[in-house]
Unconditional design. Structure first.
Length: 380
């Protein structure tokens, strides 16, 4: 850290360099996929406990980081990643009022500053993540049932022209189309504004390296020895004073604080574990080793048995690549149901909306179009 610290401003020794600030930002970006990967691994062993958490990972991660960031902002006046790199936050008003912004008398962040920082550290990334996922869902061909927007666009046009369509559904379609057009522009402005502030901060044209810190009036500074001394003097109390039977809530709070402090080591270790596995599974050695073991692996899970057609269901044609509903050959826009049988998209879509089941096996299926899976020619 001495090298990066030497790259800061010569006039203000406590002004961190852009490299330090970008490094702590990258640490935050790596935390979420690392935690998600670890949870996904353990969810395979304990599905009852962790499967719901994995399915709602964005909400779980936001709540977890809200608790962690609140602790570090309250105890260290900085976020988890900032504290890892020896940085802290200070109100811009204090920098203006005091000749030396970093000194032993500088107070901690106020409750208002902590709440504003939490909004930027936790609330803004959560909203951005949900918006990105929603845009990918409606715009990415790989996430679309049809593989392209043409047929989906036609279905939506039919719903808009249909007088029986509910007004709320029409409004939802129009808002989705508006979002699809506007969000790329908003996303571009978001990233360009961050880049612009990074460049301006690097050339010392501004005291804030992101527009969000400028908006809430918070600057990032380096910690000094007084900050560490003040924290350890506050926490270095006799055990009889910190843990008392008369105050179980305070005792529990002290234990939780200690656990969160240990996360300073555990979370970076999870990132290292995630990046190591990412490298391992992408290496040629891992691929060759997996292939050689796969041929003689007795524990290989066999494929599931084929679901037999229902006696009252639609007859499956003997000729391959034929839709059981319209008997068209080849199948137009092949789409699979959860039962495994493949139909034309238009045929199975209307059948599902009317009957809510597979036409061949009669297995009950939700009418949600997400249950239909698009099949591509190169995967068949």
């Amino acid at each position: 850290m001495e090298f990066m610290s030497a790259l800061g401003s010569q006039e203000d020794a406590y002004r961190p360099s852009l490299f330090e600030l970008v490094a702590q930002d990258k640490l935050k970006e790596l935390l979420q996929p690392a935690i998600q990967y670890v949870l996904a691994i353990y969810a395979q062993r304990y599905p009852r406990l962790l499967l719901r958490i994995v399915n709602n990972h964005e909400e779980f991660y936001a709540i977890m980081m809200l608790l962690i960031e609140r602790h570090y902002l309250k105890e260290w006046s900085g976020s988890f990643a900032e504290n890892f790199y020896g940085l802290k936050r200070i109100s811009s008003a204090l920098v203006t009022n005091f000749a030396s912004p970093i000194n032993s008398k500088t107070p901690s962040l106020s409750t208002k500053d902590i709440n504003k920082s939490l909004l930027v550290l936790v609330g803004l990334p959560y909203i951005k993540c949900k918006l990105d996922l929603f845009y990918q869902q409606i715009a990415s061909p790989s996430n679309s049932i049809l593989g392209d927007d043409d047929e989906q666009h036609e279905i939506e046009n039919e719903e808009l022209e249909d007088n029986n369509t509910k007004p709320f559904r029409k409004l939802a379609i129009q808002l989705k189309r508006l979002f699809k057009k506007v969000y790329p522009i908003i996303n571009f402005i978001y990233h360009v504004s961050n880049l612009g502030y990074n460049i301006a901060y690097m050339f010392e044209k501004t005291r804030y390296y992101t527009p969000w810190l400028h908006l809430i009036g918070i600057e990032v500074k380096r910690m000094d020895m007084n900050d560490y001394r003040a924290y350890y003097e506050k926490t270095a109390k006799p055990v009889t004073q910190s843990i008392s039977l008369k105050s179980p809530l305070k005792s529990m709070s002290a234990v939780v604080s200690k656990v969160i402090e240990y996360l300073k080591v555990l979370l970076p270790m999870s990132i290292f574990f995630f990046k190591f596995l990412e490298w391992w599974y992408s290496s040629e050695f891992s691929r060759s080793n997996t292939f050689s073991q796969g041929e003689n692996d007795e524990n290989t899970v066999p494929p599931p048995e084929k679901i037999k057609p229902h006696p009252n269901g639609t007859t499956v044609p003997n000729k391959p690549n034929t839709c059981p509903l319209c008997l068209n050959n080849p199948i137009n826009n092949p789409t699979a149901m959860p039962s495994g049988y493949v139909f034309c998209y238009t045929c199975v879509y209307h059948y599902l909306q009317e009957n809510g089941r597979c036409p061949v096996t009669w297995i009950r299926v939700s009418k949600d179009p997400k249950n239909l899976t698009k099949l591509y020619a190169d995967a068949m």
